[in-house]
Design a binder for this molecule. Sequence first.
Ligand code: SAM
Length: 356
Amino acid sequence: MHREPTMAAAKSSSTIELERGDGTPGALVDPFGRAITYLRVSVTDRCDFRCVYCMSEHMTFLPKAELLSLEELDRLCSAFMKKGVSKLRLTGGEPLVRRGIMTLVSSLSRHLQSGALSELTLTTNGSQLQKYATELKASGIRRINVSLDTLDAGKFRAITRWGDLGNVLAGIDAAQAAGLQIKINAVALKGVNDDEIPRLLEWAHGRGMDLTVIEVMPLGDVDESRLDQYLPLSIIRARLAERYTLDDIDYQTGGPARYVRVKETGGRLGFITPLTHNFCESCNRVRVTCTGTLFMCLGQNDAADLRRPLRSSESDEPLNAAIDEAISRKPKGHDFVIDRRHRVSALPRHMSTTGG
Ligand code: SAM
């Protein structure tokens, strides 16, 4: 059930708190009139892979006390849902390596049953899917995103440093056998997998999975230069258009991808182009890190600490106030730049911190 705000009432100069159709106060609308209905929560900063564009090989992870507990994560997500968030994505790090993750998933699934959530989903590298696919489906998860940049076992190892392609493919098999719909996300890496996109496309579409190609974003210090990795998707699209008929379609998942239908395969292909095309106008999302820091924009540094209000009181009042105040500061958009003069990352934090 998607709840649209119906009646505006000014709360503060820059935050408007709306009444939802059921009379419950609290839907979130930012200063640019965008309703915030989508929350992405990073449940851990840890990962069992070390993808070259995402992490350095020797990462220092946070001490456990810094992380929100599973109960705190549940409370925080539930507070957002009371404020009209209807779509929740768990991410990381690798969400399925967080100890007790299925306790959180099955607890959050009560919001699917109540109708507060229209979708509970997750983004995963697929390494743990053989273990968890059946439980995920049983908890009400219908669709998941699996990150996979190549079907070449050697390249897969080189990109992920620690990953095993066979294990991930077996995980995908298990997820499909369990009835989960899968979208494959592939980051386009210059000179690494750009020649493989047609193969990925035919493989994904042949198995009934959508494919989304993502431009590499300048997040966090990694051991390699972004310039060496960066490839504008306009080039990928032009190359694909020489082989396939790409028909623009109006398909929307509430995310930033723009989709085409590939006539020859019948499948959907998405492009996420944070650098070559700004997708901020329709942004409906915010992100919370595993330490309870709320980022109103993936590409900006401004953030709000939700852990302190969460831990300061058993009542949700301080938490709700902190959320409202933060949303009143959600910026209009981001401004990623990868260029030769600025060879440093545009933002110091890794995707695994903010949650991809
Ligand atoms: N471990 C999970 C996974 O692999 O999907 C979830 C977290 S991962 C950080 C989420 C997504 O972010 C992955 O698809 C990954 O490829 C992508 N990602 C990480 N760093 C990125 C970057 N610098 N630019 C673009 N995508 C990135």
